[in-house]
Design a protein around this ligand. Structure first.
Ligand code: VAH
Length: 314
């Protein structure tokens, strides 16, 4: 069986639903510190558990005979800056619990998400290489960079089969944004439909790597299904689909909602966004385990506008 920790979160929710489609509802144990969306709660077994509590996580692994764990719980970049020690504790304690369960052979396989937040101002911003200088300026980025080092260590030293992806900004409509810097690209669709206008907290020309949720889930399933020997990288793989600025996204939305208006009022998240790359080189993921994205900005915009509308009528 498979345990999803952080199942109520932005990626966790859709990952749980997708894995239930693939393996059957009862094969997936969703868990989080709080209940998730109606759709998630109705889709199969759910356990309230604290990702920072080893006994609770080990208890779920034992109770449900778990073989694989997807650790999706974390405090993201913007929220993490408001509570640095809490973000560090949640992001790191949860990772050590899962890596140690694997080291002790209590589980066979681990997925752990990293992020483009591992890169910092000194990282090349165009076609950011798989291996490069990384001086992250956020607690979240530091925790992801350190987490990658630990994943690589546990794989090399104890043979732990842990797999990881550096997610770009993920855009989806099934959950509300979760404290990220890229969340303007989620909020904008809700506001475009509800208000016909949106004030972006990043400036017009901030280009960031982005991906539609369906592609992020496809990549997660693909790396976990890849043969172990194909995975040459056991820290975390760069992953990309598209890059755009708030101004470019607004133009795409105007193709569907001509009267849509965007304005700009950058806040503290502008500094975080300025420290990240604008375009990522993900050739290693494409070569090692056949990654390719399906959604570009046009397909993303169509999917988000129709998705948000269906959520509103629920
Ligand atoms: C965030 N959405 O903004 C997350 C992600 C690369 C962005 O890590 O913090």
């Amino acid at each position: 069986k498979i345990l999803i920790i952080g199942a109520s979160g932005q990626i966790g929710t859709e990952l749980s639903l997708k894995l239930r489609e693939i393996h059957g509802n009862d094969a997936i144990i969703a868990s989080d510190i709080r209940e998730g969306s109606e759709e998630l709660m109705a889709s199969g077994p759910f356990e309230i558990a604290n990702a920072m509590n080893y006994e609770q996580i080990a208890g779920l692994v034992e109770k449900h005979q778990i073989q694989e764990v997807y650790l999706m719980a974390a405090m993201l970049s913007a929220t993490g800056e408001k509570a640095p020690m809490k973000a560090w504790a949640l992001n790191m304690d949860s990772l050590f619990h899962v890596l140690n369960l694997a080291k002790d052979k209590k589980i066979k396989k681990v997925f752990w998400p990293s992020s483009i937040a591992v890169f910092g101002p000194s990282t090349p911003k165009e076609n950011t290489p798989q291996t490069t200088v990384m001086e992250p300026t956020t607690v979240y980025g530091i925790s992801k960079q350190t987490g990658e080092r630990w994943c690589s260590y546990y794989h090399r030293k104890y043979g732990v089969d842990v797999r990881s992806i550096r997610y770009p900004g993920i855009i989806s409509y099934k959950t509300l944004p979760g404290g990220g810097t890229t969340d303007y690209a989620v909020e904008i669709f809700h506001e475009a439909i509800k208000q016909g206008e949106y004030t972006s907290f990043l400036n017009a020309s901030t280009s960031l790597p982005m991906m539609f949720m369906e592609d992020a889930i496809k990549a997660t399933v693909a790396i976990m299904n890849a043969p172990s020997e194909a995975l040459k990288i056991r820290s975390s793989y760069n992953l990309a689909a598209m890059s755009f600025t708030p101004a470019i996204l607004a133009e795409e939305i105007k193709k569907h909602i001509p009267a849509f208006k965007i304005s700009y009022d950058p806040d503290f998240r502008q500094d975080i966004a300025d420290s990240w790359p604008s375009k990522i080189d993900d050739s290693a993921a494409r070569e090692d385990w056949g990654w390719s994205n399906d959604f570009d900005i046009a397909a993303l915009t169509e999917a988000m506008l129709s998705g948000v509308k269906t959520q509103l009528v629920k």
